[in-house]
Structure formats: C-alpha cells, structure tokens
Write a protein that binds this ligand. Structure first.
Ligand SMILES: Nc1nc2c(ncn2[C@@H]2O[C@H](COP(=O)(O)OP(=O)(O)OP(=O)(O)O)[C@@H](O)[C@H]2O)c(=O)[nH]1
Ligand SMILES: [Mg+2]
Length: 359
C-alpha cells in the first residue's frame, strides 16, 4: 500500500490544481478525489538503461484532494463535514497548500496574500479539531468510569495529557509519549500527530526571482514547527506538462524550476515519515519499494511477497552507487561487490537487493 497524502488548505489556493498536476486527473474540485502520483527516481531510470527490463515500476504516493472548507469552522452541510473529516483522518500525511501567487482574478478568503497568517489559521483549525476529539473521548471515558469501568487508566491519563497539550495550542506531534501511551492512541486519528508538509504555491515571477511576501517568516514558521516545506509553481508546471517532452527541459529551466514539484513532495513526505526505498533490478522488472527506515532484510522481503519473507535465506545486496560505478551486474559480481546479508540486516536507502528464498 502506498503512502497517502491529503491536500488541505484554505479555499482557492490551488489544491485541486496541485492534485491534478500530481495525478494527471482532472476533477470538478468540489468532491473529495483520490489519485496516485508516480515518484520520479533517477536511479530507476539508470537501472532501466542498464537492464532494459520489460517494465519499470516507480514508487507511488496516493493523493487525496480535500476541498477547502475550514476544518472546524465555516463548513457547510454536516454531511460534507463528516465526509471531509473521514477523508482527512484516513491519510498518512497532510500537505498544506499555501497561496503566494498574485492573481487579481482569484479571490483570497482573507483578502490578501500572507502565507504565515494562513499557516497559523489552518494550524489552529487542526489543533481545535483534535481538542474536540480529545474532549469527546474524555467524556466517554469518564462516563464509563462512573459506571465502574476502570480498565482504561492508560487511555484516560494519556487523553488528559493530549488535551493539555492542545489547550496550550500546540500540535500533539510536539508532545513526548511513551511507547505504551502511543499504543493506546493508535486507533485515534488525531490530525496533529500526522506529519505536515507545506507547499507554497508561487507565480512565475516569484518562482524565477525566488522572492515573495513573508518568505523568510514562512521558512521560520516551518522550522519552528519541525515541518518540511517546498516551493512550487503549480500552474506553470501544469502548462509545461502539456508541451512536447523535448521542449519541457528548456521551459523548466527558463521558469526557474530546478526540480519537479512531485519530486519535492516525495522527498518531503519520505523525510517527514522516515521512509526510504530499496530497489530490485532484473530483466523482467526494475522497481522501487518503499519501507520505513530501520526495516530489516526479512521484513523488506515481505514487501515484495509474503512467501519471500517466510522462506527468506539471504539477501544479495549492493549499494546503488557502487553498482553504477561498475556499470553492470556482471562486473559488480566479478569484483565481488555483492554482499550476502542475513535476515537482521538493516536495509539502506538505495540498496539493490536480490532475495534468495525457499518455499
Ligand atoms: N496564478 C495562479 N493561479 C492559480 C494557481 N493555482 C491555482 N490557481 C487558480 O486559482 C483558482 C483556484 O484553484 P483551485 O486549485 O481550484 O483551488 P482549490 O484550493 O482547490 O480551491 P477549493 O477546492 O475551492 O478549496 C483557479 O482559478 C486556478 O486557476 C497558480 O499557481 N497560479
Ligand atoms: Mg479544490
């Protein structure tokens, strides 16, 4: 299952545009939509050239476009709100699109361009949402305790702790929780526990000049909140996608776009969730697999197939850079650069792995 990201933000900041840039899907923008984005990976491109496989499979990120009513305030029908909350609670990470682009024709809910104000506004909404959630849980726990149920001590204490953090207007991700406490929270979908990523949506002039209102403060905000941040010109990237591939590079350079938005997003998501990829390469398929940092070889094998995990014998491993220096599997093998690793080996980003197994 791919990692999922929910796109949130104020109305008319470019969320649906970003969704459609990432997924290639066009939508009305009024409904919650899901799609997936292919994560570009230069390493796969190089391996593809070397192996000439039947297919190349890039890692995917699932993207959910969540229309921009405020999280707790100002949303219209109760039904929409429920649907909205379900969608936002299900995702692994939140991508907050903040508007910086100037465009007289597109209104801003608060009348002017101010990324820091918008960051604070959405942040407050996320915190308020969690505060409500913690209060509802506490009421339920307290009601049960009055009836004599006392086996919920851990949850009771941790929920009060959560409420305390939220009352101080801090996201739960800033709190310190023991493993036992985290376990008792794992079925509660608090939003401020989810990694938050900021996407600042720039216009052409801002992207080429690197200047826009409150840029420094925006970065400072991200740093203080421990949040990944990246800049993107959604509209221009969409237009460039419509050009002939041979012209795209030229335009990207001209517009000051050094890296594609999807690559920036993927990097931010992986960094904030502690994810890495390992690679498999052969004549049939060249492929990237997403795992948590710290995953051992046997468990990584299970990503591919449960049989490979069950029958795991050894992992033949070579770091991507070492492989590329050799230029082919044959040379790497002749040089004895493939290592044989056991089930407890901790897989590293960019490891090319061939699992030996027995079923
Ligand atoms: N100039 C400029 N206009 C943009 C950009 N992104 C979006 N717009 C325009 O802003 C308007 C709103 O964009 P959407 O992507 O629909 O906004 P949204 O955030 O999905 O809005 P809601 O779904 O209503 O919350 C559209 O008219 C877009 O063309 C951008 O990067 N630059
Ligand atoms: Mg929209």
């Amino acid at each position: 299952m791919a990692v999922s990201c929910g796109i949130i933000g104020l109305p008319a900041v470019g969320k649906t545009e970003l969704f459609s840039l990432l997924t290639g899907k066009t939508t009305s923008g009024t409904e919650i939509e899901t799609g997936s984005a292919r994560i570009p990976d230069q390493r796969l491109d190089s391996l593809e050239e070397i192996y000439q496989p039947k297919k190349t499979t890039y890692a995917l990120v699932d993207i959910v476009d969540i229309p921009g009513q405020r999280l707790t305030t100002g949303s219209e029908a109760a039904k929409n709100e429920r649907e909205f909350l379900d969608a936002v609670q299900r995702v692994d990470a939140l991508v907050h699109v903040v508007r910086s682009f100037a465009n007289e024709a597109v209104w801003h809910v608060d009348g002017s361009i101010d990324p820091v104000r918008d960051l604070d506004a959405i942040n407050t909404d996320l915190i308020l949402f969690d505060l409500q959630l913690s209060e509802t849980r506490l009421e339920r726990i307290e009601a049960a305790r009055k009836k004599g149920v006392k086996d919920n001590d851990v949850e009771y204490e941790v929920m009060k702790k959560c409420r305390g953090i939220l009352e101080e207007e801090k996201p739960l991700s800033t709190g310190e929780f023991s493993e036992q406490e985290l376990k008792s929270l794992q079925n509660i979908q608090f939003l401020t526990f989810k990694p938050l990523i900021i996407a600042v949506n720039l216009d052409d002039e801002q992207m080429t000049s690197g200047k826009y209102p409150k840029r420094e403060e925006t970065y400072k905000w991200a740093q203080e909140h421990g949040t990944q941040i990246f800049e993107i010109n959604v509209k221009m990237e969409k237009e460039i996608n419509e050009l002939d591939p041979s012209e795209q590079e030229l335009f990207l350079e001209e517009m000051g776009i050094k890296e594609r938005g999807v690559a920036k997003l993927a990097r931010a998501v992986y960094a904030s969730m502690g994810l890495i990829s390992f690679l498999t390469a052969g004549k049939d398929e060249v492929r990237a697999w997403t795992i948590k940092q710290g995953t051992c070889a046997k468990e990584a094998a299970g990503k591919i197939h449960s049989d490979i995990e069950r029958g795991f014998i050894r992992a033949e491993v070579i770091a991507y850079d070492k492989f590329i220096e050799c230029g082919s599997e044959k040379i790497a093998k002749e040089k004895g650069l493939y290592r044989l690793e056991g089930k407890d080996y901790i897989v590293k980003d960019g490891d090319i792995i061939n699992f030996r197994f027995n079923v």
